[in-house]
Design a protein. Sequence first.
Length: 264
Amino acid sequence: MGPGRMPISPHDRDRIGREMALIARKGGESLLCFRSPDCARTLKPDGSPVSAADMASEQVIVSALRERFPQWPVVSEEGEAAMPAEASTFFLVDPLDGTRAFLAGRPDFCVLIALIERGIPIAGAIHQPVGDGNWWSGIHAFRGDPAEDAEMLVPGPGERSGGAIAIISAEHAGAASRVLCDRMDIAEIRSENSALKFVRLAEGEADLYPRIGRTMQWDVAAGDALLRCLGGGVRDLDGQSLVYGDSRHGWANPDFVAYRRLPA
């Protein structure tokens, strides 16, 4: 069996998820060193910002993953490294999700790491540097300090009395996302930046995250991994699970809805 093709046992997934959370925290620590209005930045060809903080966090995370898990390649947003064709298992990394929020001095940015096996996110880590928030998953989902005893998250109740709560992007939600909310009979719409929206679903603070518009696989995979442990997940608008690893469209996702609990 070639490199990266050995199946990961369920027994190992929680341990790997915790190690990913520790590495995500290291990336977050590097981000806080750059938290200044003077942080160097530029624009990518697609018009999105990239900063010295993104690059520093990526270097820390990619180096740590390669040292700890040399058997699996790493695909990261800023490097967008080509994944070896024979690799069925690999990491997806967003070293700074919510760069605009970061550069504006707001706290709603995070670090994302997901482990993909045969197109499925089997472990994920989300770290919010401001306040040292940590959420990760393997077979189970957890929150707390990954270096200490952590709390296991459990699936919340099904339907919410009074109607569903949707959370949408504070920066990028266009009219189409709101129209989708209208079609889904949402009782309340909230907004937040970055993949912390997945945390709100995992914590039971919201039920749906509808997204019409461009996102990338590294924006979504860690949150998808977390939700899958709790009876939720991410589906495209045809109701199909997202598949990770296909880079033919530049690692872009289809439009999707993330669910706290999947519809029956």
